[in-house]
Design a protein around this ligand. Structure first.
Ligand code: SAM
Length: 214
């Protein structure tokens, strides 16, 4: 495997900055978090490449650019409490943990959740609370959140998630059919809901009571 520090610098310049990611805090988090620790041994040499990688169970660690785009759209501040739905490898949670005060992350596949927990503990990212369950209900016991990020494609926006946002809270979520989705940012303002489209994307399915049926 290439020198990981160099590989991260190249990834940030060639995949993120060149495509318009500007937030310096976000770029610093990508320089810091060792993405190769979040993939299996046989894929480590590809960890900094420009595409998603398998993490088993039919799931993926998302393309670095997509993680950066969603993180920038979520705009986490140092004092924020953020909820992620779809822990997967734990990489997105690790990036968020560098940018806000507390991260809650929920995953439905228990083996992935425990593997991610182990990685995050080994790296000392202790401001991340991992949970196992159906994230289409959000995580009401720790709500409200400054931001919610859904890292799987939903057929529609689960109503519960909007209800768990603080005022001015942001929800970033891919919504669409099973092959292509629109990345949406939804902001809960004091006057109601504001919705923007951030472009097309392709995610594995959000499976659950308020998502796709298994
Ligand atoms: N954020 C992850 C990372 O950094 O590696 C990548 C997430 S992967 C693209 C999508 C994840 O969402 C999968 O691990 C999948 O099991 C999980 N997922 C799908 N439906 C879910 C649900 N209802 N609740 C929680 N997790 C779910």
């Amino acid at each position: 495997m290439r020198d990981p520090v160099l590989a991260r610098r190249t990834m940030v310049e060639e995949q993120l900055v060149s495509r318009g990611i500007k937030d310096q805090r976000v770029l610093s988090a990508f320089l810091e978090v060792p993405r190769h620790k979040f993939v299996e041994e046989y894929l480590k040499y590809k960890a900094y490449d420009d595409y998603p990688l398998s993490i088993g169970y039919g799931q993926t660690i998302s393309q670095p650019y997509m993680v950066a785009l969603m993180t920038e759209a979520l705009a986490p501040s140092p004092q924020d409490k953020i909820l992620e739905i779809g822990t997967g490898s734990g990489y997105q949670a690790a990036i968020l943990s560098r940018l806000c005060s507390t991260v809650y992350s929920i995953e439905r596949v228990s083996t992935l959740a425990s593997r991610a927990r182990k990685t995050l503990d080994e790296l000392g990212y202790f401001n991340i609370h991992t949970r196992i369950g159906d994230g289409t209900f959000g995580l009401p016991q720790d709500a409200p959140y400054d931001g919610i990020i859904v890292t799987a494609g939903a057929p529609h926006v689960p109503e519960a998630l909007i209800g768990q946002l603080k005022e001015d809270g942001r929800l970033v979520i891919p919504v669409g059919d099973q092959s292509i989705q629109d990345l949406k940012r939804i902001i809960r303002t004091k006057d109601g809901i504001r919705e923007e489209s951030l472009g097309g994307c392709r995610f594995v399915r959000l499976i659950g009571k308020n998502g796709w049926q298994e």
